[in-house]
Structure formats: structure tokens, C-alpha cells
Design a protein around this ligand. Structure first.
Ligand SMILES: Nc1ncnc2c1ncn2[C@@H]1O[C@H](COP(=O)(O)OP(=O)(O)OP(=O)(O)O)[C@@H](O)[C@H]1O
Ligand SMILES: [Mg+2]
Length: 249
């Protein structure tokens, strides 16, 4: 499959006369590593939620893996780590194993016992995020960064074709962030998993991703290495006066 995501003429408003996204077009091909950046409140998380069918477009069309989002049913092929996914308090009654394996239910079938091969897969992905020693621990008793890693493992466990990450490294220490970016590069290059990541770390994402989509002023502009438009123009368009925040570029 070439076009893994196709968005055509998409507009979205939470309330009637308050457009967040105005007629945007966006295509992602299989195997791409795409960054999504833009100021707070620009509509990045909203866009991902529309792509995942959690919010309904006001206008336009979204196709995921070639299927219209309204009738999409191939959810095990899609990984998602929501913004601030890891905010469980200590009374949440589930272990790390349970949180990760819950994302295998489409494969296991609800109410069936987890098979050995499924548990092996759970520990394989926990190992990837270096959390294999915490399988029996309650999720709510882990630190924020540890919880975040568990949520990344949870997104990976169903072997998705595409994974959406909404500011996944917030709360993760610098050393672990580096491991995490290396992990994403490996998933992308060795396993051909398409990666779509929202981040405010523009310096990093412009180095790692094949293309960067800038969301701002209700629009989306894609910039890649072959683009004719200079990156500085795109950034000024999107960030306006906030350009000084980007001095590290
Ligand atoms: N459920 C909601 N109802 C109404 N308005 C909302 C809702 N969720 C978000 N918004 C508004 O929509 C706009 C876009 O929000 P969104 O969360 O998509 O921004 P974002 O680009 O992800 O920002 P950030 O970088 O801070 O995460 C904001 O103005 C926000 O206040
Ligand atoms: Mg957001």
C-alpha cells in the first residue's frame, strides 16, 4: 500500500463558527517518518483524533490504509500514543502486563485467556522500552516517564503498520529520549513502520523525519527535503511572531 493516509479538503470545528482546521490536504506514504509541529492550540492533537476517527470531520474526507475512516475496522494495524497518555493515579487497578496486553484483544478475542505467545510479545515490546522488569507492577505506581514508556509498548504490541505519537517524549529524561528516537528510527527503517509524531522539538524532528508538517493558522503545510519553499518561510508563515522561539534551528 502506498498511500497509508489520505486527507482531502478537511475542515474541522468543535463549535459551529470556530474553525480549527480549514480545508487541509495531507498524504502520508507507507514507510514515511513524518513530524507534525506547530504552536500550542494549533490543532495538532485534533488532527490526529480526526485521523483516528475519534472526532468527525466537519467537511472533507479521511482515508486510512485505503479505507474511509467512517467504515475503518483494521484497528490492530494502527498504533496510537495519546498526549499525556500516562496520567494514571496510584489507584488504577491494572498491571503493566495487563495495560500492554489489552491492546492485543482484537487478536486474542475478548474474555479468552492470554496465550503464551501473546505474553511473549508483551515482554518483547516491554524489553524494547526497557520496562520488562516492571510487568507485574501496578501502572499507577510507576513514575510518569515509566508510564509513558509502557504506553509506547502498548502501541507497539499489535505490530502496527502506522503509529501515531502525540508528544511522546514529554516527561522522559534526555538519555531515554535518545534511546526512544533510536527505537523509532529502527522501527521505521528495519520494520518499515510508518511513523507520525507530534512534537515541539523542532530541532530534533527536522533531523530525523523525512518530512515535517506544520500546523498553524488553520492550515497545514508539508515541508520535505525536496521542497522549493525555504524552511524559514514555512516557519514564519506558521509561527509568525513566535519565530524567536526557534532560534536553535
Ligand atoms: N474538546 C474540545 N472542545 C472544544 N475545543 C477544543 C477541544 N479540544 C481542543 N479544543 C481547542 O481546539 C484547539 C486545538 O487544540 P489541540 O489540542 O488540537 O491543539 P494542539 O495543537 O495539540 O496544541 P498543544 O501543542 O498544546 O498540544 C485549541 O484552541 C483547543 O482549545
Ligand atoms: Mg496537542
Amino acid at each position: 500500500m502506498n498511500n497509508i493516509l489520505e486527507i482531502k479538503n478537511l475542515s474541522f470545528a468543535y463549535d459551529n463558527n470556530n474553525l480549527i482546521l480549514d480545508n487541509i490536504n495531507f498524504t502520508i506514504n507507507s514507510g514515511e517518518y513524518v513530524g507534525i509541529v506547530g504552536p500550542n492550540g494549533a490543532g495538532k492533537s485534533t488532527l490526529i483524533k480526526i485521523i483516528l476517527g475519534l472526532l468527525k470531520p466537519t467537511k472533507g474526507e479521511v482515508k486510512l490504509l485505503g479505507q474511509n475512516i467512517e467504515s475503518f475496522n483494521n484497528w490492530s494495524k494502527i498504533g496510537y500514543v495519546a498526549q499525556k497518555a500516562a496520567s494514571f493515579n496510584s489507584s488504577f487497578p491494572a498491571t503493566v502486563e495487563e495495560v500492554v496486553s489489552a491492546n492485543l484483544y482484537p487478536k486474542i478475542g475478548l474474555f479468552k485467556r492470554i496465550k503464551k505467545k501473546h505474553m511473549e510479545k508483551v515482554y518483547e515490546v516491554l524489553k524494547v522500552v526497557q520496562m520488562e522488569k516492571y510487568g507485574k507492577r501496578l501502572i499507577g505506581n510507576l513514575s510518569g516517564g515509566q508510564q509513558q514508556r509502557v504506553f509506547i509498548a502498548r502501541a507497539l504490541v499489535s505490530s502496527p503498520e502506522i503509529i501515531f505519537l502525540d508528544e511522546p517524549t514529554v516527561g522522559i529524561d534526555i538519555h531515554s529520549q535518545e534511546n526512544f528516537y533510536n527505537l523509532l528510527e529502527e522501527l521505521n527503517s528495519k520494520m518499515n513502520i510508518t511513523i507520525v509524531m507530534i512534537t515541539h522539538d523542532i530541532g530534533m524532528i527536522t533531523k530525523k523525519a523525512n518530512s515535517v508538517a506544520y500546523v498553524g493558522g488553520k492550515k497545514l503545510i508539508v515541508h520535505n527535503a525536496n521542497s522549493d519553499i525555504p524552511l524559514s518561510h514555512v516557519l514564519r508563515e506558521i509561527y509568525g511572531d513566535e519565530m524567536h522561539l526557534l532560534h536553535h534551528l
